[in-house]
Unconditional design. Structure first.
Lengths: 261, 619
């Protein structure tokens, strides 16, 4: 009887050991696939100058449906090291959507533009440019939080105004200030969303912008890698784009990539 | 011997003199070789008897020609007025001209030929052109005064021979994207034209540049001198095929002298309404003109596909390529500047960056481009990245030569370079300053430039393209602050009513106070304190009815109940119950021992039911 119980105990322990081992293995495999581990693996590849492998790993994270400003920043660096400056600009622009106040990003972006002989261009009328410059360092979510805060403050002011008589003397002025504070970031937010949804970057070395969406159409003007354009219209395989000087033309879809897919 | 010497000396002198004469002639001859043109023009080719005509005989490229003796001209009498000279400098070349002016007086009606005039000087013969002039009997177009450019009012009708527009291209058969010059000229003969606008023309199928600054000069056309305003632009065809360009329109204003109407001295408005200044100066009015040229036919040919080079990027014209590379001795990773200049004639918009034969071992940056009138400059930075690199690869440029109708390729280089091994970099010297503890480099520090290193953490990871503005829950929750505000408004209004409307306030408090009274009465019921119970019940009922119907609580009696509550529409049963409770309360004062706990409970229940009824009735 004792022998049987020992065999049973031994079998049980062995089964537990094997099960634990399998679990650990599967956990280890899972760990390799997490975005964090992919990121660190990509960084190692970058350090070893394996830029293709690094790009592959960073893009795996993005293809899994996740993104962060740091990933796009590192991806931009990898493309720059690889010599694909158009794609570097694209990824710095994407990082700029998420971490616009990052000084490293600004420095690298300026450096790449300098290497491409390009200058940053702010589009829109003067008022749009001023508002955009005012809120340049705020990302979209921060602007929304700011707007909600101002909105709640305005409601709170209206409620307090009902019950506190002393406040009534200043409430008009405070409300005016809050409304003005609301309009500016609201305009900036609208401009940013509009810009990110329409802007596109030339990723090939040179792109022919044509008069018609046809391969044999006459070239109107050329765009260099990293140039920024506004996508006005889309047809199958072609984008109608507008340059900073408002020149319009058709460009093959393959040479452009939109900042927000 | 002496004679021989003299002969040799005189021969040498003659040879030297001859050489000197030839030397002088070699300078003088080009002056005579210059083409001298002799041209005759008149200011109008229609003239009436009794009026005057001005004839101008012009010698171009010389200013020292005397006035030719004018032969007798059939139908005219002539009189020399004098010379006028003009000097012009075009592209650094100085040229002069002289014009001898004559006055011609028509003597009879008819069509007369003036010229050709012949003139001889220093053995050279010059012959002018011939001009046809018509002399009419009646009034003909005449300027108001010599020198005035205004026309009189009735002459506006047909001015097509005095003001018109022409359009002409340098070339009408073009290749696709080939640039040609288009010239639009406005001709004006002795008319006052103002406010001339830039030409407009239909240019479907062509790309056009903006017009340059117009030039103004005089041109003789069919013997008549015109003032010409010339507009130039460049055009190129966008599609192969047959196209028509134009007509070109030029809008301008014609200055017309309004003729003064002679009013009858007997007219009612006679001289009183007439502007006295009209008599002296006349009046000028402007008439808008829209002048139209003819159109111009073009044939746009496609570029041939045969022998088209692989690197051809659409450049059209006749070009030359110059390439320089510097420095030719560099360290690994140091930049080499390639200066590429494409010069010549053609469409420089179609000129792209010339390609390097090979980019292996180099890091190539995008070039900086500068475009001027007849050249395009590229400055390209390349960096040798491998020590095996021995030369900058050759640069080639492919274009379509319009003159020969063939594709051409120009190659420059390769340029041999030397990659030197990096030496140990000179470190900046630090000089210690006795006064200050910190040390600064004496030499100006050369800072390197590269991208900043990668981030070591992934940062805030979030779902791709998901922003707060797309979060429906967050957007919906923005209604809550608004609801809270509405609630606060309701509360505020209620509070204000409680403060100002006493009836409303009492009615609102009535059930609360009644509940408190009933609660107190229940306590007395449990203790079986009859007197206190009914006193509480009575007080509760009085206060409730007083508050509810906005009456004095102390004055609530059975008769008041009957009178007021009936008016309020309270049902008879409720009134009876209230009266019963009142009676019971009265009875307790005299015979409290007759009331048991059961009676008390019954009274309380009835009061509760009546209050409940009255509350519901309100609702």
């Amino acid at each position: 009887m004792k022998k049987i119980s020992r065999i049973f105990l031994f079998t049980f322990l062995a089964a537990v050991f094997i099960a634990t081992l399998c679990l650990r293995c599967s956990l280890a495999q899972e760990a390799v696939k997490t975005p964090g581990s992919l990121f660190y693996q990509a960084n190692i590849n970058y350090q070893e100058a394996k830029y293709d492998a690094a790009i592959n790993d960073y893009e795996k994270i993005i293809n899994s449906g996740l993104e962060s400003g740091n990933i796009y920043y590192n991806l931009g660096n990898s493309y720059f090291k690889k010599g694909e400056l158009g794609l570097a600009v694209l990824n710095y622009e994407r990082a700029n959507v998420l971490i616009p106040n990052d000084s490293d990003l600004r420095s690298n972006y300026d450096y790449v533009l300098q290497a491409l002989n390009l200058e940053p261009q702010l589009s829109g009328v003067w008022f749009e440019r001023i508002v955009y410059s005012l809120f340049r360092n705020m990302d979209i979510d921060s602007l929304i939080i700011l707007l909600i805060s101002i909105y709640i403050a305005l409601i709170a002011l209206l409620i307090l105004n009902l019950f506190i008589n002393r406040l009534k003397r200043f409430s008009g002025f405070i409300a005016f200030v809050l409304i003005a504070l609301f309009i500016l970031p609201a305009f900036a937010l609208s401009s940013k969303i509009n810009y990110f949804n329409k802007a596109a970057i030339v990723i090939s070395k040179e792109a022919d912008v044509k008069f018609e969406p046809l391969e044999n159409a006459t070239t109107y003007f050329k765009l260099n890698a990293g140039s920024k354009v506004e996508v006005v219209e889309k047809t199958e395989g072609w984008y109608k784009v507008k340059r900073f000087d408002n020149k319009l033309g058709w460009v093959n879809k393959s040479v452009l990539r939109q900042i927000v897919d | 011997m002496d004679k021989l010497k003299n002969i040799a000396g005189s021969l040498r002198g003659s040879i030297l003199s001859l050489a000197f004469v030839f030397y002088i002639l070699s300078f003088a001859l080009p002056c005579f070789a210059r083409e001298l043109s002799f041209e005759a023009t008149v200011d109008n080719n229609k003239v009436s008897l009794g009026s005057r005509l001005q004839l101008a005989l012009s010698f171009n490229s010389s200013q020292d020609m005397p006035a030719p003796d004018l032969p007798a001209i059939d139908g005219f009498q002539s009189q020399y007025l004098g010379p006028s000279t003009m000097m012009s400098i075009v592209n650094g070349k100085v040229s002069g001209s002289i014009t001898h002016n004559y006055l011609l007086l028509p003597m009879k009606v008819g069509t007369f030929k003036i010229g050709p005039f012949k003139f001889e000087r220093n053995g050279d013969k010059y012959t002018s052109n011939q001009i046809s002039v018509e002399v009419l009997q009646g009034q003909v177009q005449n300027p108001a005064q010599p020198g005035s450019q205004a026309v009189q009012e009735p002459e506006i009708g047909d001015l097509s021979d005095r003001v018109f527009v022409t359009m002409q291209a340098k070339k009408n058969n073009l290749y696709l994207n080939e640039v040609t010059q288009l010239t639009i000229k406005l001709y004006v003969n002795r008319l006052g034209i103002r406010d001339i606008q830039y030409p407009e023309f239909d240019h479907g199928g062509f790309s056009t540049a903006a017009f340059g600054k117009p030039t103004q000069y005089q041109e003789a056309r069919n013997g008549i001198n015109f003032d010409v305003i010339e507009f130039n632009t460049s055009i190129f065809g966008l599609r192969p095929g047959e196209f028509k360009l134009g007509p070109a329109h030029i809008k301008c204003n014609l200055i017309v002298q309004k003729q003064r109407k002679r009013n009858s001295p007997f007219a009612s408005n006679g001289s009183f309404n007439a502007d006295v200044f009209d008599d002296f100066f006349g009046r000028y009015e402007t008439y808008p003109l829209d002048l139209k040229s003819g159109d111009s036919a073009f044939t746009i040919l496609p570029l041939p596909q045969d022998n088209k080079p692989a690197n051809f990027s659409g450049a059209l014209g006749s070009f030359d390529l110059e390439v320089t590379a510097a420095p030719l001795e560099v360290k690994l990773g140091d930049p080499i500047t390639l200066k590429i200049v494409i010069s010549g004639e053609g469409n420089f918009d179609t000129v792209g960056v010339p390609k390097l034969k090979s980019e292996k071992g180099f890091k190539i940056y995008e070039p900086q481009v500068k475009q001027e009138a007849n050249e395009k400059r590229f400055e390209q930075i390349i960096m040798p990245m491998s020590p095996q690199v021995k030369e900058v690869p050759a640069v080639s440029f492919d274009f379509f030569d319009i003159g020969s109708g063939q594709y051409k390729s120009i190659t420059r280089g390769p340029f041999p370079i030397i990659i030197v091994k990096p030496e140990k970099e000179e470190e900046p010297k630090i000089v210690e300053n006795k006064q200050f503890t910190s040390a600064v480099p004496v030499k100006e520090e050369q800072l390197g430039r590269d991208i900043i290193y990668i981030k070591d953490n992934p940062g805030h990871l979030k779902k791709k393209n998901q922003y707060l503005y797309g979060n429906k829950i967050l957007l919906a929750s923005q209604v809550f602050p608004l609801l809270i505000y509405l609630l606060a408004v309701v509360l505020y209004v209620k509070q204000q009513r409680l403060k100002t409307d006493l009836r409303y306030a009492r009615g609102l408090l009535a059930p609360r106070k009644a509940r408190a009274g009933i609660h107190q009465a229940k306590k007395y019921l449990e203790k079986a304190e009859v007197q206190k119970f009914y006193d509480t019940l009575f007080l509760t009922m009085q206060e409730y009815l007083g508050d509810k119907f906005h009456l004095s609580s102390k004055g609530i009696t059975v008769s008041v109940i009957d009178e007021h509550l009936r008016k309020e529409g309270v049902v008879e049963e409720a009134l009876t119950r209230l009266k019963d409770i009142f009676r019971e309360c009265d009875m307790v004062r005299y015979a409290s021992s007759q009331f048991t706990q059961s009676n008390m409970r019954d009274s309380l229940k009835r009061l509760e039911e009546v209050i409940d009824y009255l509350q519901r009735k309100k609702a």
